[in-house]
Design a protein around this ligand. Structure first.
Ligand SMILES: [Zn+2]
Length: 87
């Protein structure tokens, strides 16, 4: 997993009169920003009214007259249920 830093913290260095080495050190020492990589999944139909999350296996029950993609755009595991692949 990549380390992410805050764009705002990097830009705050802009106004300081720092040498290249000081800027490098300041960026190197920045704490990682709290970010979470998105996962993408899809609802897999396993019976006329049951769907399983492709990422965690959670099963949801839906009235088959409703649209699973509209009513459940996210799984409880955090996956974005757009049918896309997690990179
Ligand atoms: Zn899930």
């Amino acid at each position: 997993m990549s380390d992410y830093i805050s764009k705002e913290e990097v830009l705050s260095l802009w106004h300081m009169k720092l040498s290249d080495k000081e800027i490098y050190r300041a960026i190197h020492d920045m704490p990682p920003a709290e970010v979470r990589e998105n996962t993408h999944g899809e609802w897999i139909k396993i019976s006329p009214n049951l769907y399983r999350c492709s990422e965690c296996g959670r099963v949801v029950e839906k009235d088959w007259m409703e649209d699973i993609q509209i009513d459940y755009p996210f799984c409880h595991c955090g996956a974005i249920m757009d049918g896309g692949k997690t990179e």
